[in-house]
Structures are given as structure tokens and as C-alpha cells.
Design a protein around this ligand. Structure first.
Ligand code: FMN
Length: 191
């Protein structure tokens, strides 16, 4: 068993792409996430988890708001992957020029997304590099029956330039995460 094969094993499964958005104290934020998971089998008590990195601007907004919205997108909105996933709300207003409205939890909902979920935070679990956020899903809407964009199709559609930007960002983020994961390992005596 080689550590080099792990990425290939995980990559055999397509990860859905979500846009996570939130707002608090007059700040709006959002990021692209492939770590959203449905974590309940009780249909009237739906829950999700999402892993939010400590290095991103979205986490403190979600912590302050205690809520977030999740969006599925289709190929038409591939540009939202670059808008929400390769720049920070510290530097730009990611919502500029987009249609959105506040949901029942005060979170900005992108009206052109193909489907949305509205979530209220139950708890955060600190795993070193990120917080795993557990949330109750308070409602959902389907706006279109278009196919939801996943990681595999996103990578097929991306230009060489976009792939280059993604790869550089991944390298830089992973470098910062490595330090926090190692610190977490030491303080939790993980071997
Ligand atoms: C395909 C893809 C998946 C990502 N998944 C996550 C994720 O699950 N959690 C996370 O914190 N960041 C994830 N990111 C990184 C953030 O979306 C990205 O760094 C974003 O620009 C952070 O913005 P912010 O600083 O405004 O929060 C992902 C990025 C991409 C392109």
C-alpha cells in the first residue's frame, strides 16, 4: 500500500461541488467546498457536515452567523468555481454582479443556483486545519433539474490557465494545512 495511491483511490469517486455562503455583521462570504456530506438518515431531521478551513475568510463569518446556505451549480455556472473558490472575500466582494437574496437564516442565496439548502450550525469540531461544522438543514429548494456539477466534469471543463491557478492554490493551502495537521497530531498524540 503506497501513500501515493491515496489521491488516486479518493479521486475514483466524483465529489460534488457546493458553494457555501454566509453573512454576519455586514460581511458576506462564501467558498467552494467538496467536503459537504449528508450525515442523517432521519428524513425529517436532516443534517450535514462541511469542513471549513481556518485559513479562509468564510469560517469566521459562519461562526458568527451560526448559519450558512449550500448551493449546487451546473456547468453554466462553472465561473462561480473560480469566483468563490480561487479568491478570498478579504480581497473582493464575491457577490458583486450576482443575483442573491437573504434566506430565513440571513444567509445570501444565489438565485441562479440549481438547488439550495438552508442550514443552522449545531456544533464545530476542531480537527486542526479546519473546523468540521455540523448543521441542521432547515429547508431546501430545487430551482432547476440540470445536472449538478462535480469535481470530474469541473476538471474536464477547466482551461490550462485555470488548472494552473487551482494547482498553485492547492499547493499553497496544503502547505499551511500541513503545519496545523501536524500540530493537531502532536497535541492529540496521533501516531
Ligand atoms: C474544488 C474546490 C474544493 C474546495 N473545497 C473546500 C472545502 O471543502 N473547504 C474549504 O474550507 N475550502 C475549500 N476550497 C477552497 C476555498 O473554496 C477557496 O480557498 C476560497 O477561495 C476561500 O475563500 P474565502 O477566503 O473567501 O473563504 C475548495 C476549493 C476548490 C476549488
Amino acid at each position: 500500500m503506497s501513500i501515493a495511491s491515496v489521491d488516486q483511490v479518493l479521486g475514483k469517486l466524483d465529489s460534488p461541488i457546493w458553494i457555501v455562503t454566509s453573512a454576519a455583521d455586514g460581511k458576506r462570504g462564501g467558498l467552494v467546498s467538496t467536503t459537504v456530506t449528508s450525515i442523517s438518515i432521519v428524513s425529517d431531521l436532516p443534517r450535514v457536515t462541511v469542513g471549513l478551513s481556518k485559513q479562509h475568510a468564510t469560517l469566521p463569518i459562519v461562526e458568527e452567523a451560526g448559519a450558512f446556505a449550500l448551493h449546487q451549480i451546473d456547468e453554466k455556472h462553472l465561473d462561480w468555481v473560480w469566483r468563490f473558490g480561487t479568491q478570498s472575500s478579504r480581497d473582493v466582494d464575491k457577490f458583486e454582479g450576482l443575483e442573491w437574496e437573504a434566506d430565513e437564516n440571513g444567509c445570501p442565496v444565489l438565485t441562479e443556483a440549481i438547488a439550495t439548502l438552508h442550514c443552522r450550525v449545531n456544533a464545530f469540531f476542531d480537527i486542526g486545519d479546519r473546523q468540521i461544522c455540523l448543521a441542521s438543514v432547515t429547508g431546501g429548494n430545487i430551482q432547476s433539474d440540470a445536472k449538478a456539477l462535480g469535481m470530474h466534469r469541473m476538471l474536464e471543463l477547466a482551461s490550462e490557465k485555470e488548472l494552473g491557478i487551482l494547482s498553485l492554490q492547492l499547493k499553497s493551502d496544503a502547505g499551511k494545512d500541513r503545519v496545523l495537521i501536524e500540530q493537531f497530531g502532536k497535541s492529540h498524540k496521533v501516531s
